[in-house]
Write a protein that binds this ligand. Sequence first.
Ligand code: GLC
Length: 469
Amino acid sequence: MNILYASSEAVPFIASGGLADVAGSLPAAINAEGHDCRVVIPLYSAIKQELRDSLKYVTEFSVDVAWRKQYCGVFEGTANGVTYYLLDNEYYFSRQGLYGFYDDAERFVFFSKAVLEFINYISFKPDVINTNDWQTALVPVYYNIYYKYRPGYEDIKNVFTIHNIQYQGKYGTELIGEIVDIPLYHSNILEYEGCVNFMKGAIECADKITTVSPSYAKEILYSWYGHGLDKILSEKQYKLCGFLNGIDNNIYNPETDKALYANYSVDNKAGKAICKEKLLEDLGLAPGKEPVIGIVTRFVSHKGIDLIKYVFKDIIDLGYKFVILGSGEAIYENFFKEMMYRYPERVSVTIGFEPELARKIYAGADIFLMPSESEPCGLAQMVALRYGTIPIVRETGGLKDSIVDCGGKNGNGFTFKTYNAHDMLGALIRARGYYDKRMLWGKLVSHGMREDFSWNNSAKLYIGLYSNI
Ligand code: GLC
């Protein structure tokens, strides 16, 4: 099968979140099963020069956006054995950062149209287009309205994957005629509760909707998780399913990871102690054996940071240290900075997006905390396990599907159910007790490091779905 995987970001070219990791690893896993999956993303100016230099120019064409014709250049590169196409337009993508501009709707109207148009210009005809999140959600919409009957476009199936339902691409209805450019008699496809909603359009038009864990596929049918889309998803339940994301075991491998202070494996964990020692030293924290909690996250409310805020002092009183990396809402950044001033020897906070430091934290921490209010999948808990760091998570979405409390059989972490700070604290208290029983803790670490969270299983599920439709 030929699969075109359309995304707004992909490792190794450009990343702002987990979507990039998936677009950088799932296609390779699909290809390993004998298919041809290729990826298409925008050519942002933020992509590192050396990666840009490695790309080859393929062709160019123009895309109609409102009353203008916009240039679209096609560049090609290879990563992980997968072909990546990067679509170029400096007016839209030569910016500081990826999203958050006044004209995001127009930028991704351009990109979605360009994705369909460029199929005409390359020697690759997809059987399936897998789009992801609101940025590419208009592809199945345009396909159904404009491309389905065009020569060369027959019989392409559309799969739409929801990585996070909170970000939907919601705009005023005036956009329909102006920028989005669909006939008014089709406006019902995109209209939802008084707005234009890109994600809703994909939910209407795609042949299948997937999301990134089985639990999240159920949760988003409820209003608490669905951010308004639960009603339409309930109607379209027949085409919705959830597959747990995987991680790339070659990229995340403590035996070979060059970002680490020392390498180690499940059979020889000596390097992990060095990673902890050096991390504490580098970040200016007191040395010592007390357990270190790692947090690598975006500072937004659904990541559960309010719970951490609420019982921060209690956690410190249990003897934990914190190593925190992330950026986001000022209220959380300021809180963490204040905690760093208050407990300079016990708390380190780095504001930013630093993949290398993230890996040092996965390796150097003992515990990885993810108390998310909602978590479609979450990849960090899987990476943490691979690096021998025990996750403490709330039982939601992919966290629930990947982490089992070690109070029962085959546990690999600590979990709590209710979105409540003291329930989280309870899990941290249990983990603290467990940590002191060094033999038990060692076993837990080894068990986690041996688990397989690669794409092996889920890539097969995607392939099964593609061939079914
Ligand atoms: C989004 C979700 C995260 C998921 C990732 C990849 O970032 O918030 O839970 O792991 O997408 O699918």
